[in-house]
Design a protein around this ligand. Structure first.
Ligand code: GLP
Length: 245
């Protein structure tokens, strides 16, 4: 499904021509969103250029966000993102937020385990010495679009065995009657580092929203401390403001 004439005319270095040709192929739809690119070696052979030239053209397009590299599976044409609008005043879970929008949420697990809490976790979750914390790290995906990376720490008292969480953390906490009813959240701007950008399929340095949430039970006990990194191009946070007293 590569365009018939891989190298468009015009002047400039070969990799620039190849980059332009691939970019045009995406624009006109010869290469469709989500399509896998053939191996670099095949493109090099087809276009009669060196693999270094192909690599350079692809690197540029990955940096621009036109293509994405997925570790172990190849290079793909990036999908345009649909923005998610999220109200700031509601304490909802990722799974619920996506379901409300008619999207299907799933997670790729990056880590699940029981640990001795770090000093930060002890202070934030109010944990006593000798207690445990469950850590859950996930790549959060909606309709096949990776949206966020989340690292959650939950007091071991409320979730002794994180391996039982297979989809929604809040649904599991609800089952155990320890679903949080209040949360404090901090949102700050950040730029994506290489590892996170790779997981989220965005260029290194792309805009991200770093979100920290501490959530509580009605009794005031902290349940969860979660650090999330959301794609800046995929999320809008919306808040309702009222005039102060
Ligand atoms: C949001 C919050 C997290 C919370 C998660 C629970 O993404 N930022 O702090 O842990 O929802 O989502 P789920 O119940 O789908 O696991």
């Amino acid at each position: 499904f590569l365009p018939e004439r891989l190298l468009a005319g015009g002047t400039g270095p070969l990799y620039v021509k190849l980059r332009r040709t691939l970019e045009d192929a995406v624009k006109v739809g010869t290469l469709k969103h989500g399509d896998a690119l053939p191996p670099e070696r095949d493109i090099a052979e087809y276009a009669a250029v060196s693999r270094v030239t192909v690599r350079k053209a692809i690197d540029d397009l990955v940096a621009e966000g036109v293509l994405v590299r997925r570790h172990g599976s190849g290079t793909f044409v990036a999908k345009p993102v649909s923005k998610v609008e999220q109200r700031l005043s509601q304490l909802t879970s990722f799974t619920e937020d996506m379901a409300r929008r008619g999207m299907t949420a799933r997670s790729e697990w990056l880590h699940k385990g029981v640990h001795t809490p770090s000093p930060d976790e002890m202070m934030i979750l109010g944990l006593a010495a000798g207690t445990k914390v469950s850590r859950l790290s996930r790549l959060r995906i909606a309709d096949d679009q990776p949206l966020a990376i989340e690292h959650a720490s939950v007091s071991g008292e409320f979730l002794p065995d994180p391996s039982i969480v297979t989809s929604s953390l809040y649904a599991e906490l609800e089952k155990r009657q320890v679903r949080p009813v209040r949360a404090v959240q901090r949102i700050s701007a950040t730029n994506m580092k290489e590892a996170d950008a790779g997981l989220l399929g965005v260029p290194v340095g792309a805009a991200g929203l770093s979100i920290e949430r501490i959530s509580y039970l009605g009794s005031g006990r902290a349940v969860e401390f979660t650090r999330s990194l959301y794609r800046g191009d995929a999320y809008d946070f919306v808040a309702e403001l009222t005039i102060g007293a």
